[in-house]
Ligand binder design. Structure first.
Ligand SMILES: [Zn+2]
Length: 77
């Protein structure tokens, strides 16, 4: 199976390759840290902020875009 975001092989249940899976993990960790530091903020807002950060890596941005798309397609709260 291919990674959802690139041409690399995926071995994870999320359908992501090693690099995107690691980015996914740090994205989720970052979100938890963000909530602890700034209070509970919607995940969508967090992802949108993240995409604006110049220091945010390309791998993480790929994953953030995917998550945003998923949030927009799903039911918004
Ligand atoms: Zn990938």
């Amino acid at each position: 199976m291919k990674c959802l975001l690139c041409w690399r092989e995926s071995e994870s249940k999320e359908g992501l390759c090693f690099y995107h899976k690691e980015s996914y993990r740090s994205l989720k960790e970052g979100y938890r840290r963000w909530c602890r530091a700034y209070g509970d903020m919607g995940e969508r807002r967090y992802l949108e902020r993240l995409l604006e950060l110049p220091e945010c890596g390309e791998w993480v941005k790929d994953v953030a875009k995917m998550e945003l798309k998923r949030l927009k397609e799903g039911c918004d709260d």
